[in-house]
Design a protein. Sequence first.
Length: 273
Amino acid sequence: MQLIVFSKMLAALGVDELGDLAGRLGIDGYDLAVRPGHPVNPDNVSEALPAAAESLRRRGFDIPLITADTGLVDPGAPGAEPLLEAMARAGVPRVKLGYFKLDPAADYWEAVDAGRDRLSRWGELAAAHGVQVVYHTHSNRCLGLNAGMLAHLLRGLDPARVGAYLDTGHLVGEGEEFAVALAIHREHLSAVALKDFLLRREERHGHGRKVRDVVEAGQGMADFTAVFEILRDHGYGGPASIHCEFHLPADGFDAAVTREAGFFVGLRRRVFG
């Protein structure tokens, strides 16, 4: 299993600085955010992504996954094909797409059909370039917010071209055990997001509601030992992306990233050997 860090929270770092950080953290590379404001972005991806991949590989690191902008959901969008072309040139095998939003007032199954149609066309585009697109389990009224709903989108699609990206934190938030999520997506599993959620009750209008806080690994409710043991027993060798999406003062963030990476590097050593 490859331990990588999602660069969403590291937009200020250039590629060389990301390489320096990877060496300090003891990780295998990056889940590179290809988004506006990042060193590799939709405007320069054709040149910058192959250059970044080459630079990091010279130092012993990899980019097994990139993450597109959250709004990239249409395979016919102007930036879709250039992105996949750049991936093929860079040797980057998979990209996380954006999210199909869920409107509870609309017809759910019509939304699923529309999402499946888009993912099927993404699969055709991915096949043409020899890469894969993946769809992420994400809360906040997104289609596929847990593994059960993600199966509505992915079942029957070619797993070599359209994969499942299971998120440990969002599964906690949605009340779905990781073992169950993997049982649903054994065929499609392509990437795992490592994120910890702490659930708490918030008072509202005389009753309670569930609130999800992103916290450092080990401080929330994700059973990471069980997750790693399940992945080991499954023979999983793909990327596990450490998200580091907790919100801290700037002067404490770097130390938190170091702790977060150290938590998972140590756990992988204990579980995977």
